[in-house]
Design a protein around this ligand. Structure first.
Ligand code: UDP
Length: 436
């Protein structure tokens, strides 16, 4: 596994003015019994997508709270990431062919990566399906389950998970002490874990992605990318991925443009290290744009990083999120925090962020998306009201301070440093050698 060590520094006291001093005080109180606890987060990529975004802020904040927190990323060949993308798609509801060869790639890469796990961790948090077999592999390698409390943190909407892949994955998940899901509906029936928590993700208001930026700087970034500052902007920020429906965004823009002839569409997507479909969907998007000069498609390879995304979100008149599946959709809270109205599909974690008619519109089709975009463009006072309501909702529910508190509470409840436990623990689901 690779250790992620280039992380921004974060100090909890700096969050007092955004979240409130009492919130920060509570966090230090929750962290006190955990002082010095060794915490390891494991996921599939250090860059691109919501999980990497969250860990980039959460790990330094856990450190500032007094925990000895680390982040490691799986290493694997391209066929492993192709396999895990298939898994990811299946867990979000796609019918896929899941072969024994794919299962073996997944298991063997997890086995190799598990060798890096030693017994020094008090808490290990394993994010999503890619590294889910790390616990079983480490247990089988050593003959005993590694010490510490193990949590499986699922960021994906499992509501319609394809049964062949979920039935394959479930025995690996069942070996964990705790599971964290973003929404109650995502907890699969029959999954028996000692502790299950519902914890929606959250944004870091002080990150480069979300901190305040002066208008003159925003304008400079837009000019650099050839965007006309005097014409309305519709924006979607997302990986190029079938579930984010980038082609449908273009359809909605074309419909909206019949009403607002000056509209521009800005589509920003990062190429995550663990997402092999990115280029294919980028090319489909560009092809669908068909050379329209008012459709601007950029990626991190064009220099669009956190600061530029921040500026684009601040400059947009309306932000859209056209996802047909969305575990949570951090981009929605990012835009709401910047007081943008958001028009988004009523999918996954989106409706807990957007109150329909208050901070944005929940839609189900490209036609509805276009209607809502046009509505906001024609009603600036509603845009402003939605922006204010959206920011308040994020401040109350979706800031990283709340997210950190949820983890600290879970760690406290799980208790610290249990004695080593053998693989076949009484009363807990058993992972057989054949499963690994
Ligand atoms: N993101 C980014 N650049 C891009 C596209 C996305 O920085 O070009 C970030 C976005 O700002 C958000 C995260 O990637 O912080 C995406 O998280 P989300 O939960 O919305 O979706 P996921 O990619 O995890 O499905």
């Amino acid at each position: 596994m690779l250790t992620v060590d280039e992380l921004p520094s974060r100090r909890l006291v700096e969050y007092e003015h955004v979240a409130g001093p009492e919130v920060v005080e509570d966090l230090f109180r929750l962290a006190e019994p955990l002082r010095g606890a060794r915490v390891l987060h494991v996921n599939a990529t250090a860059f691109g997508g919501g999980v990497a975004e969250l860990l980039t802020s959460l790990v330094p904040l856990m450190r500032d709270a007094g925990l000895d927190c680390h982040w490691q990323v799986l290493e694997g060949p391209p066929e492993f990431f192709a396999t895990t993308k298939t898994m990811h798609n299946a867990l979000q509801g796609a019918e896929v062919c899941w072969s024994s060869a794919q299962a073996e790639i997944w298991r063997s890469v997890n086995r190799c990566n598990a060798r890096a796990i030693d017994d020094s961790w008090d808490y290990v948090v394993v994010h999503d399906a890619q590294p889910a077999a790390i616990l079983a592999s480490a247990a089988m390698d050593n003959g005993v389950r590694p010490q510490g409390r193990w949590t499986w943190r699922c960021h994906v909407d499992l509501t319609d998970a394809s049964s062949n892949v979920w039935n394959f994955l479930a025995p690996y998940v069942a070996g964990y002490d705790a599971g964290i899901f973003s929404m109650p509906d995502y907890v699969r029936p029959g999954l028996s874990l000692n502790s299950v928590r519902i914890v929606p993700p959250a944004i870091d208001p002080l990150s480069e992605k979300n901190r305040p930026v002066e208008k003159v700087v925003v304008r400079g970034v837009l000019e650099r990318y050839g965007i006309d500052l005097n014409r309305p902007i519709m924006l979607q920020v997302s990986r190029f991925d079938p579930w984010k429906d980038p082609v449908g965004v273009i359809d909605a823009y074309r419909l909206a443009r019949t009403e607002v002839r000056t509209l521009q569409l800005l589509m920003i997507g990062s190429m995550a290290d663990d997402d092999p479909e990115g280029w294919e969907w980028y090319e489909r998007t560009v092809a669908h744009a068909g050379g329209d000069e008012d459709i601007h498609v950029y990626t991190n390879l064009d220099g669009v990083n956190a600061h530029e995304v921040n500026c684009f979100q601040r400059a947009a008149d309306v932000v859209v999120q056209n996802s047909t599946r969305e575990g949570f959709g951090l981009v929605v809270s990012e835009a709401l925090w910047k007081e943008r109205p958001v028009v988004a599909r009523d999918a996954g974690g989106i409706p807990i962020q957007i109150r329909h008619g208050e901070s944005g519109h929940l839609i189900t089709t490209s036609e509805e998306c276009a209607d809502s975009v046009v509505h906001y463009l024609k009603h600036p006072e509603e845009r402003r009201a939605a922006g204010a309501a959206g920011r308040a909702r994020v401040r109350d529910h979706f800031l990283i301070t709340r997210y950190l508190g949820d983890y600290l509470a879970l760690f406290n409840d799980l208790g610290r440093r249990p004695a080593a436990e053998v693989v076949e623990r009484a009363g807990a689901p058993v992972l057989s050698a054949a499963a690994v």
